[in-house]
Design a protein around this ligand. Structure first.
Ligand SMILES: [Zn+2]
Ligand SMILES: [Zn+2]
Length: 83
């Protein structure tokens, strides 16, 4: 099950579990649309993998399976590309 991290690693904007603006790599590094497209060009700066839009979790499922509350922030990795 996806963790649904609550924020963008680059700019720390909130990305709730029902947001359609969240992008993730296969390790669930999580970014907002602006960072994923404009700053990162669709590549994860941590692992070099592709970023795909994170599926939304339905509100009633979020009650039973809540999104992660642990914020992950690595702004130092953003802006410079991996290879
Ligand atoms: Zn961002
Ligand atoms: Zn990654």
């Amino acid at each position: 099950m996806l963790q649904l991290r609550p924020n963008c690693e680059c700019c720390d904007v909130d990305l709730p579990g029902d947001s359609d603006a969240a992008w993730i790599c296969s390790f669930e590094c999580t970014f907002c649309t602006d960072c994923a497209s404009a700053r990162l060009d669709g590549r994860c700066p941590n692992c070099g993998g592709e970023l795909l839009r994170r599926p939304r979790r339905a509100p009633e499922k979020l009650l039973k399976y809540p999104a992660s509350a642990q914020r992950v922030s690595k702004p130092e990795g953003c802006g410079k590309r991996v290879a």
